[in-house]
Ligand binder design. Structure first.
Ligand code: ADP
Ligand code: MG
Length: 445
């Protein structure tokens, strides 16, 4: 059934509850839904004749219809009645959007909701932007581009948008896909000669959510296809939401015209959570699993939050492991128990390279102060050390340039790019530099 009819059926059920059969059958039943315009928040209904139209407009049925529409579609919706002669034959593409009934994207985890997303300084802006889009798609931030490292909640946030829109505005066609699915789908459509269907599927949704766009890197024809999909949706005022591991300007091997498009977006980054947020996330997770937060479990949670910093998924994995061990061995959780059960995970983590470790190793080898590297001092030895440290942060950890700039006293993102490129170029010709960097790398290991 068409989505709009389906929506109307649900509205009618509510109206019927409040009405006697006779008037319902003579006034409401003959109405036909014509359109639901989400921008205008207006439902257009077709009355079979002038008499019916006037009767409805002049009576309390009017309020009855409006209230039921608001119950289903949202508080600001209204409706208008038209006559058969007012209804032009379908012209807008949006009509086609309503036709697709089968969900075609990747599955959306129903647990990824705003309610389950813990906010902190590190993700506040991204979460607020996501919520704004979920509450008012098309109008607020379009496109919305969320970027950040692995396991920091990008997928969670955009699925929360999808879940929220699907609950609040069921008449909208929402599609969530990973860029990988998009690419695979595109390749199959070429193979099976089903490109028309492919285009129908992606270009006629109301809300398109694409996860991990960096996967398009180096895939020219998929990029081309995505470019046209993006343009068509954008021109048609559909909502587009994208995630990436880097900001638009740093995406590699993706056509400039596409990254330029992403640059039109509202961009929001997600950073690794601070300690309190890490603890809050783990608390929420335990709570969702129905576990009472005993003082012992709290010790375990704090232990994890103190030792795993940069990936929420790893934190959750550690908590799950801790809980299942304690159940299996029938032992109380406390700090020592957590230490024992998580020995291998947390040690691995200790060996991980962090910006701080890089700064220390560089400072050590080149005999400068970490504080100076983080300052704006321009003496040659300090500039040299700072550049090497920036380069290693990029090489070893893959941090976004902007983030690296922040770590070195708020340097501009273009300064960081230049530094990294200079070091890279110099390494090709300068044996001594290569040697120094090798020694620092060894120390990091
Ligand atoms: P990404 O897509 O950025 O790699 P995910 O969205 O897959 O990360 O998040 C990894 C896991 O961490 C998920 O289980 C997610 O629910 C959880 N998670 C991440 N950030 C938060 C948060 N702020 N609050 C609650 N859970 C979070
Ligand atoms: Mg993800």
């Amino acid at each position: 059934m068409e989505a709009i009819k389906e929506t109307w059926e649900r509205i009618i059920v509510l109206i019927k509850e409040e009405m006697k059969d006779a008037p319902f059958n003579s006034f409401i039943k003959p109405l036909e839904p014509v359109s639901v315009e989400k921008e205008k928040k207006l439902v257009t209904l077709k009355a079979p004749n002038k008499m019916t139209k006037e009767r409805i407009e002049g009576r309390w049925y009017n309020n009855q219809i409006r209230d039921s529409i608001r119950d289903i579609l949202g508080p600001e919706y209204d409706f208008k009645l038209v006559l058969p002669e007012d209804v032009k034959p379908a012209k807008s593409v949006r009509k086609t959007a309503a036709v697709s009934t089968k969900y075609n994207g990747n599955p959306i985890n129903p647990r990824y909701t705003f309610n389950n997303f813990v906010q902190g300084k590190s993700n506040h802006f991204a979460a607020a932007s996501a919520l704004a889009v979920a509450r008012g798609p098309f109008e607020t931030f379009n496109p919305l581009f969320i970027y950040g490292g692995v396991g920091l909640g990008k997928t969670h946030l955009i699925c929360a948008i999808a879940n929220e829109i699907m609950t609040r505005m069921p008449e909208l066609d929402v599609m969530y896909i990973t860029a990988e699915t998009f690419v695979n789908d595109y390749i199959s459509s070429i193979r099976d000669k089903t490109q028309t269907e492919f285009r129908e599927k992606y270009r006629h949704v109301d809300v398109l959510i694409v996860d991990d766009i960096q996967f398009l890197a180096g895939k020219g024809s998929s990029q081309e296809e995505f470019f046209h999909t993006f343009d068509e949706l954008h021109t048609g005022d559909r909502q587009i939401i994208i995630t990436s591991d880097k900001p638009p300007g740093e995406l590699q091997d993706i056509q400039i015209r596409l990254t330029n498009r992403f640059g039109w977006s509202m961009t929001a980054d997600i950073n690794p959570p601070e300690l309190e947020t890490r603890i809050a996330i783990l608390n929420k997770k335990a709570e969702n699993e129905g576990l009472p937060i005993t003082p012992g479990l709290m010790e375990g949670i704090e232990y994890i939050a103190e030792h795993i910093e940069s990936n929420v998924r790893d934190m959750e994995g550690a908590l799950t492991r801790l809980i299942s061990h304690s159940k299996l061995e029938n032992e109380e959780i406390n700090r020592e128990y957590a230490q024992r059960v998580l020995k291998d995970i947390i040690q691995d983590n200790k060996l991980r390279v962090t910006p701080d470790k890089i700064k220390e190793a560089v400072a050590d080898r080149l005999e400068v102060d970490v504080k100076d590297m983080e300052s704006n001092k321009r003496s040659s030895n300090i500039v040299y050390s700072r550049r090497i440290a920036m380069y290693l942060c990029r090489e070893k950890i893959g941090l976004p340039y902007q983030r690296i700039g922040e770590l070195f006293g708020g340097k501009d993102h273009s300064t960081v790019i230049t530094s990294c490129r200079d070091i890279e170029a110099a390494m090709k010709v300068n044996n001594e530099l290569r040697e120094v960097i090798k020694e620092i790398e060894e120390q990091l290991r």
